[in-house]
Ligand binder design. Structure first.
Ligand code: G6Q
Length: 300
């Protein structure tokens, strides 16, 4: 798993998504066009793609609204959906995709295979990794290529994600303390990914608080330590909220460039740090037995 994170750049997709302009599904024609509303459905390691696309759309002012769907239930009436499932078999994601299609909303899948690949909707097939969460570069860049093809959005495509041992060590120390990860809403996806990696790789349970909302409640109960996230690319209102938080609650600040390169580089270090925490706690970073057990206990 460490090897996956260390070599994440290998998984970055370098070629545009090959998508039709329209397709048939169940006797109905679905047009793939520039919808104002983009739903990104997915759970866990796949669901974070929606969060990151939402962050980028806010910071980069992309011309569509991103709605992240992390449930079976989906009430959208119009738009476009990208359904992300590494395995292609996640019940919530498949159900949301089917509901979207029933409402005439075109669905594009990102997966390694499974039921999603067989559904009959256009698919971007991605290469496998040691775990869904380790396949972030290919899922993330697959979604970005889809957005370039449909909306013409611009994004950077890194050749290398340079490793910085000091950053990995700082993250390892800070996350070992099971902090509250505090981020502005423009970096919400990064914050949840940090928490999720600590949960799944290191088997520890830091929490997440999102600003500005957390300044209206959590701040009164907070004791710290916090891991605060900021970026040169976020709105000044968000930057100020992060600075003010650190004036009141002890913790450490991490600066993330909100580019594809900056996001993947930071999250690569989060992956490495959480694998190292797992090793020091003598737990297997790769295995997620409770997640697997829950899936087994659910109706297929
Ligand atoms: C990640 C985990 C888990 C997984 C979800 C959804 O590494 O295994 O968070 O991503 O359970 O499964 P799919 O990614 O296969 O849809």
């Amino acid at each position: 798993m460490l090897d996956d994170y260390m070599n994440w750049e290998r998984y970055i997709l370098k070629t545009p998504a090959d998508l039709p302009d329209r397709y048939n599904y169940g006797g109905r024609v679905y047009e793939i066009s520039q919808a104002e509303r983009l739903y990104v459905a997915g759970m866990g390691g796949s669901g974070v793609i929606g969060d990151l696309i939402r962050d980028l759309s806010m910071v980069r002012d992309w011309p569509f609204e991103v709605i992240v769907v992390k449930d079976y239930f989906f009430k959208g009436k119009s738009g476009l959906m990208i359904a992300v499932s590494y395995s292609g078999n996640t019940a919530e994601t498949l159900t949301a995709a089917r509901l979207a299609l029933e409402r005439g909303i075109p669905v594009i899948g990102i997966t390694t295979g499974g039921k999603l690949a067989e559904m009959g909707v256009p698919i971007v097939k991605i290469p496998k990794a040691s775990a869904p969460r380790a396949a972030l570069p290919q899922m993330f860049t697959a979604a970005l290529w889809i957005l370039r093809r449909i909306y013409g959005v611009a994004f950077d495509l890194p050749e290398v994600l340079p490793y910085d041992q000091k950053l990995a060590e700082r993250l390892e120390r800070a996350l070992s303390a099971r902090p509250t990860v505090v981020a502005p809403s423009s970096m919400q996806g990064i914050a949840y990914r940090v928490k999720n990696e600590a949960n799944e790789n290191a088997k520890i349970d830091p929490s997440v608080e999102i600003l500005p909302e957390a300044h209206h409640n959590w701040i009164e109960g907070a004791r710290g330590p916090i891991v605060a996230l900021t970026s040169p690319d976020i709105p000044p209102e968000h930057k100020l909220r992060v600075e003010l938080t650190l004036q009141l609650i002890p913790g450490e600040l991490f600066d993330v460039s909100m580019t594809v390169s900056g996001i993947l580089t930071f999250l690569k270090h989060v992956g490495i740090a959480t694998v190292r925490i797992a090793e020091s706690r003598n737990v297997d970073p790769l295995k997620t037995p409770r997640i697997e057990e829950l899936k087994r206990r659910l109706p297929q």
